[in-house]
Design a protein around this ligand. Structure first.
Ligand code: SPV
Ligand code: MG
Length: 291
């Protein structure tokens, strides 16, 4: 099945589905092997992996290069965190065309201003996009896609900005009318109360995506009861790798040998397996002249 169709089915299925964060080809492959049906190409994680901030410091074509490796390494669909679409409607629709060329199944854009800042950094001070301008962006993106199953998710930042439920619903409804396939409602509260209130009023008008990074203590079954379509585990592979690398680098620096390092890390054979070394060995037998 096409990756776009896989993602569309995840978004529209009656069950609660999950996307797991990845930020390069290797992490994308690990997410697929763990059993996930889809990948969140997190802007935070991709930028952090580049050693830069989540403020559009990477150009969108640099992000695209990372995505190409992620897509090539996997057979499950990728939803790109496309920030604000990297400009106006024209930049956003060109992004869609380029994503389709690279077999990326969908993109999520948020109603903030370029260059964006991560929602968990002074969220309440962040200005939101004009509603009509953002709707034009959604329409341009939907008009541009050549594959009817390519997914555009419209992310509502009204709760992050402290503008309340009414503004969130107003925006969600406008984005639905503009043609979004789903809305992502974001909240930085440590409980799911804002999400609960939104779901009650939204009443299933369009699939809803959430990012429970801050309200992670809410039982997952509650999200299912609320009728949420997709929950995104948004940055956890990045954070796991940071902790693992910090511990290991300090250990090796301190001990100036590898004796205690070896047991806690992946074997070299595991690295080779993830890279697909066996496939190349087989291909060499087939295509290189016999010795
Ligand atoms: C990301 O993963 O980059 C996201 C989710 O956009 S959040 O960091 O919660 O804004
Ligand atoms: Mg992001």
């Amino acid at each position: 099945m096409k990756k776009t169709t896989q993602l569309k089915q995840l978004i529209t299925s009656q069950n609660l589905e999950f996307l797991m964060e990845a930020h390069h080809g290797l992490s994308a492959k690990i997410v697929e092997e763990a059993g996930f049906k889809g990948i969140w190409a997190s802007g935070l994680s991709i930028s952090a992996g580049m050693g830069i901030r989540d403020n559009n410091e990477a150009s969108w074509t640099q992000v695209l290069d990372v995505l190409e490796f992620m897509s090539d390494a996997t057979s499950i669909p990728i939803l790109l965190d496309g920030d604000t679409g990297y400009g106006n409607f024209n930049n956003a629709r060109r992004l869609v065309a380029k994503l389709e060329q690279r077999n990326i199944a969908g993109v999520c854009i948020e109603d903030k201003l370029f260059p964006k800042t991560n929602s968990f950094i002074d969220g309440e001070t962040q200005a939101l996009a004009d509603i009509d301008e953002f709707c034009g962006k959604i329409r341009a993106m939907k008009d541009t896609q050549s594959d009817e199953d390519f997914v555009v998710v419209a992310r509502i930042e009204a709760l992050i900005a402290g503008l309340g439920l009414k503004e969130a619903l107003l925006r969600g409804e406008a984005y639905r009318k503009a043609g979004a396939d789903a809305v992502l409602i974001h909240s930085h509260r440590s409980d799911a109360s804002e999400i609960e209130a939104f779901m009650k009023e939204w009443a299933g008008r369009l699939p809803v995506v959430i990012v429970p990074t801050q309200y992670y203590k809410t039982p997952t079954k509650r999200f299912a009861e609320l009728g949420i379509s997709v929950a995104i585990w948004a940055n956890h592979n990045l954070r796991a790798s940071i902790e693992a690398m910090q511990k290991l680098s300090k250990l090796i620096y301190r001990e100036e040998n590898l004796v205690n390092a070896e047991s806690g890390i992946a074997s070299l054979n595991e690295v080779f397996r993830l890279q697909g070394v066996d496939e190349l060995k087989e291909a060499e037998k087939k295509y290189l002249p016999a010795k």
